[in-house]
Design a protein around this ligand. Structure first.
Ligand SMILES: [Zn+2]
Length: 430
């Protein structure tokens, strides 16, 4: 199953990472003839190590669990980085209810996957224009830096009536500002903000921080995923960005504590989620708040018809529902103050408590129901696979089909073959 991996130019990967994982496209930079010719990076194989094995739940520390799904999205690929890449052994923690990857890449291996982000997500050819972008998001040439600075100097609210070329400013800044204004509205409505100190982790374009600074005189700082975001935020808003996010050895490079830490799509990706939550806690003032957004809800594959394999890509190391997220935060001394689902994803505001919170694990009824839902979702995901990808399940296929019919999720298609009944897929469903 392991075959050489064709590498795409890093620039293409990085741009798509931003565009598709969280919908923010960094500044388009005019193609450079020299760069285009040499854009492809030398092929490097996926480092075989390290692969972490979790002896207990990496979120709450509990030891009991049940395996619910052996594979991540790589199982649907014809080519995989190597023969271990698809195997994560997602298991349900019996206490907090989080479904976590027992086997997970770390260090150089995680970094390699991140640097091959779009291939790791199976997105090879859906944005052909990306090939024309020369911005590498991990490293910027001096020319690229100067170009971003020139465009950022035009500001954020660039009016179309001026007739400027889109290459002369950064249109994505305004798009991001509008897209994220809801978070500023929510935070301002839920909290009493009096010149708070605020950090945003994995800020896309600084919009939330800029809003909080303008309205509540917040003292703000950011961490980003990519170097071009860092430069854009510093140039456009003058907001300091002390470091890029390290998903494995996560740390916050700022001294002192914050009143509010905003984190974009971090918990599901964290290689060491317990350490991540501990770091947030450490850097919060007493009674400070965390605001998590863009955290996926596993209802996507448990009840809304998406394939579990497709949803659990190589970077989704934790999956959870509403109650599991509340328990996960509770296990680390955070009391949830507000939780909702917007555009399919969780938004969650929680407060740091100085006394350890007592939290109850799932009771038997909830555990049993959640376990059944996970196992059925795994059956459904197998039934959704094209025949060419069913190899690993051939010995189990008949049982999976029988279970699918018994549970009412399978039916016989026009070709006489079993397939999954269409289920509701409304992404914004609550
Ligand atoms: Zn747990």
């Amino acid at each position: 199953m392991s075959v050489p991996y064709r590498l795409l130019p890093r620039l293409k990967m990085a741009v798509r990472a931003l565009l598709l994982d969280t919908p923010f496209l960094p500044g388009r930079i005019p193609p450079d003839a020299d760069d285009e010719a040499g854009a492809a990076v030398p092929e490097t194989p996926c480092p075989p190590e390290p692969i972490l094995t979790c002896d207990s739940c990496p979120v709450c520390g509990h030891g009991e669990r049940t395996l619910v799904c052996e594979y991540n999205r790589f199982i649907t690929f014809e080519r995989q980085p190597d023969s271990n890449a698809a195997r994560y052994d997602y298991s349900l923690c019996h206490a907090c209810g989080v479904v976590y990857a027992v086997r997970r890449p770390a260090g150089a291996r995680y970094r390699w996957l991140l640097e091959h982000f779009e291939e790791a997500l199976g997105r090879e050819s859906d944005v052909p224009s990306a090939a024309k972008l020369t911005a590498s998001a991990f490293d910027l040439s001096e020319k690229e830096r100067q170009d971003i600075k020139r465009r950022a100097a035009r500001g954020i609210l660039v009016s179309d009536h001026l007739g400027l070329s889109r290459r002369d400013y950064l249109p994505a800044l305004l798009t991001d500002r509008i897209a994220n204004s809801g978070h500023v509205e929510l935070l301002g409505s839920l909290l009493t903000l009096n010149a708070p100190r605020v950090l945003e982790i994995r800020s896309r374009a600084g919009s939330i921080l800029a809003g909080l600074r303008r309205l509540y005189h917040a003292d703000v700082a950011a961490m980003t995923m990519f170097e071009n975001q860092r430069l854009i935020i510093e140039e456009a808003y003058g907001i300091p960005v002390a470091a890029l996010v390290d998903y494995d050895q996560f740390s916050i490079p700022y001294a002192g504590t914050f009143d509010l830490i905003v984190a974009n799509h971090m918990f599901t990706h964290a290689v060491r989620p317990g350490d991540f939550l501990r770091a947030l806690r450490q850097h919060l003032a007493p009674d400070g708040h965390v605001y998590l957004y863009n955290e996926p809800n596993d209802a996507e594959f448990l009840s809304e018809g998406k394939s579990m394999f497709n949803t659990l890509n190589a970077f989704h190391l934790q999956a959870f529902d509403r109650l599991s997220l509340v328990r996960a935060l509770g296990a680390h001394g955070f009391e949830v103050r507000f939780l909702t689902r917007f555009d399919g994803n969780f938004i969650c505001l929680a407060q740091k408590k100085d006394v350890p919170l007592t939290w109850d694990g799932m009771n038997d009824a909830e555990r049993s129901k959640r376990l059944d839902a996970c196992l059925l979702a795994r059956d459904a995901a197998v039934l959704m696979l094209p025949p060419s990808a069913r190899g690993p399940f051939s010995a189990e296929w008949d049982e999976i089909v029988d279970r699918g019919f018994a549970a009412g999720i399978a039916e016989v298609g026009e070709n006489g073959q079993p397939h999954v009944r269409r289920r509701r897929t409304s992404r914004g469903a609550r």
